[in-house]
Design a protein around this ligand. Sequence first.
Ligand code: HEC
Length: 106
Amino acid sequence: MKLNKLFVVAVIAIAAPILASADEGADTYNAACTACHGPGIAGAPKVGDAAAWKDRISKGEETLVKHAIEGFQGDAGMMPPKGGRMDISDEAIAAAVKYMIAQASE
Ligand code: HEC
């Protein structure tokens, strides 16, 4: 029994840094954000569309992360808190926002 617990702790310790890797943003985006931000439905700024993101990026990354976590009602539509995925950590949402910003800046 004790060994089992140790094993679980070890797996979490090994997995945590992997989950926080550079791909976390892309993975979170693909899991929770692409439904709206991929095609750009319901007023969602399309990922990779530099023009759609320019004014948003100028608000600053911190503000965009806050809006993604807490939700945001803008002129274009309604960004639900965490895209409706409250099971996703704030860190993973922040990584997804960074990913989206990077896509728009290319
Ligand atoms: C149900 C559709 C939907 C989903 C799912 C969704 N979004 Fe959005 N998002 C929107 C809409 C609509 C807006 C535009 C709101 C406006 O400006 O009027 C938006 C805007 C944003 C913005 C810009 C906020 C600002 O201040 O300009 C960010 C950043 C963002 N979303 C991140 C995310 C992330 C990260 C995810 C995944 C975890 C996600 N969104 C999932 C609909 C969605």
